[in-house]
Design a protein around this ligand. Structure first.
Ligand code: MG
Ligand code: MG
Length: 251
């Protein structure tokens, strides 16, 4: 069941989203060659708690971290680790959730570490643009798969592939609510979008083939062909005329 949030609930989700966005900004400033993903995780947890929220991911189905820290060919769900030290030229996808007064915000971004290649810069740029290509269809009377289709189309046109084993999702009092939101498919299917729906849209884009593999830790998800992967996500609310991004700072 897809829940429609009240104005009060949307305000709480906006605060959760603001906390997530501010934490990502703090991490952006901390990301540099030589720092471990474990250190980034500690910075994120402290920042979320100092803002009066609780990390959404820590303990979720046993996940040990506050952030998912996914470097280069890791698509999603990388576990923060003292042995994973960032190097100049890496890319790192950081996914964060924060829960404020019972409501979640969820956002992800892929950051460059130091000086990265033009090839990697382009992957980051296209993945972010794919998110916004999908969001352009986030408005009442469109159907959910209009978003999915726009994301896949944009990614394929740019010569990359979308991950199909993982999806975006509804979000609210639970981190993952209905509906699942694939990053591929034909337009014109799925539920009609309605004002008050809160959705996490999150393209995961591979430089090579689409297939992924989950490693033995049951979390870390890598590209099967070893190619790079990027991930951008925002939590949004559908409004009367379009959408608002909740995982941002300011208005
Ligand atoms: Mg996320
Ligand atoms: Mg998500």
């Amino acid at each position: 069941m897809i829940t429609i949030k009240s104005q009060r609930e949307i305000e709480l989700m906006k605060e959760a989203g603001r906390i997530v966005a501010h934490t990502l900004k703090i991490l952006e400033e901390a990301i540099r060659p030589g720092i471990s993903t474990y250190d980034l995780d500690k910075i994120a947890e402290q920042a979320i708690r100092e803002q009066g929220a609780v990390p959404s991911f820590k303990g979720y189905r046993g996940f040990p971290g506050t952030i998912c820290a996914s470097v280069n060919n890791v698509v999603i769900h990388g576990i923060p680790d003292k042995k994973t030290i960032l190097k100049n030229g890496d890319i790192i996808s950081i996914d964060i959730g924060a829960c404020y007064k019972g409501y979640h915000g969820d956002s992800a971004r892929t950051f460059p570490v130091g000086e990265v290649s033009e090839t990697r810069k382009r992957l980051l740029k296209v993945t972010k643009e794919a998110l916004f290509a999908g969001l352009a269809f986030a408005k009442p009377a469109n159907r959910l798969s209009d978003i999915s289709h726009a994301i896949e189309k944009y990614v394929l046109e740019n010569g990359y592939s979308v991950v199909k084993e993982f999806t975006g999702h509804g979000i609210g009092q639970k981190l993952h609510e209905d509906p699942p939101i694939p990053n591929f498919g034909n337009p014109g299917f799925g539920p009609l979008l309605k004002a008050g729906m809160t959705l996490a849209i999150e393209p995961m884009v591979n430089a090579g083939a689409s297939e992924t593999v989950v490693l033995d830790d049951d979390w870390t998800t890598v590209t099967r062909d070893g190619s790079d992967s990027a991930h951008f996500e925002h939590t949004i609310v559908i409004t009367d005329t379009g959408y608002n991004i909740l995982t941002k700072e300011g208005e």
